[in-house]
Design a protein around this ligand. Structure first.
Ligand code: C5P
Length: 244
């Protein structure tokens, strides 16, 4: 994989027209386009084919499924959109992860969402997570990553602060996708993301893929911003391999 293949750009836009615009503008620098709830709900399942037909990049269908296993399996069987999705996301419930991992086609990688990067320790405690785990988000993430691995998932989604611990505990083979990326040069640091790191730090810590949305979308020149992110990925990879 080259550095560009590791950059996931979320098509967090309201309609197909804007999604097409971003795919055309950023195709040269992005390895994976992510279709999330906003675009999927507004355009419906055909949006997956629309985007896949436009680009050689991989497609990530980020619907973060979370329901009883039977319901999620029925949803997966009722649509053809999985056909072209290289990645899908599921929340971390043991029975659900296992059911989904055994259902999807071979080319589709199931990623378990561990703890959303918009949640911090205080919010986790409010949700009833034991104080000891809430304060040490990394422990909670690693616990869930192990559940995902045992269930047969290809990887997990977690913040750049937890990547290293997940790789140490679960091994290199479990893929780690890291959102909550905020480059030092970006101007979107004070938003809903809480557990943030730079592209370089995430990759240096072991992330296989990073999700970078607003720092690219909100930049004056989004293609240039994507190019700068890919350069940081490259630097992170080099330093990681050299153990710097
Ligand atoms: O870079 P930016 O904050 O705009 O990226 C937001 C994207 O990352 C959204 O598409 C969101 O769904 C995704 N994401 C996230 N936290 C997770 C998983 C995915 O922010 N834990």
């Amino acid at each position: 994989m080259i550095a560009k293949d590791r950059l996931i750009f979320p098509l967090d836009v309201p309609d197909a027209q804007q999604a097409r615009k971003h795919v055309t503008l950023l195709g040269e620098h992005v390895g994976v386009f992510k279709i999330g709830l906003e675009l999927f709900v507004s355009e419906g399942p055909p949006i997956v084919d629309t985007i896949a037909d436009l680009t050689d990049a991989a497609i990530f269908l980020d619907l973060k499924f979370h329901d009883i296993p039977a319901t999620v399996l029925r949803a997966l069987r009722s649509g053809s959109c999985l056909r072209r999705a290289s990645f899908i996301t599921v929340h971390c419930d043991p029975g659900l992860l296992e059911a989904v991992a055994s259902e999807v086609p071979e080319h589709t990688k199931v990623l378990a969402v561990t703890v959303l990067t918009s949640l911090d320790a205080r919010q986790l405690a409010e949700l009833g997570i034991q104080p000891e785990l809430a304060k040490k988000v990394v422990k909670l993430v690693v616990q869930r990553a192990k559940i995902a691995q045992e269930a047969g998932c290809a990887g997990v989604v977690c913040s750049g602060h937890e990547v290293q611990a997940v790789k140490e505990e679960c091994g290199e083979d479990l893929l780690v996708v890291t959102p909550g990326i905020r480059p030092e040069w970006g101007d979107v640091r004070k938003d809903d993301q809480r557990r943030i790191v730079t592209p370089y730090q995430a990759v240096r810590n072991g992330a296989d893929y990073i999700v970078v949305g607003r720092p690219i979308r909100a930049a004056t020149d989004p293609a240039e911003a994507a190019f700068m992110v890919v350069n940081e990925i490259q630097r992170g990879l080099e330093d990681r391999h050299q153990g710097i």
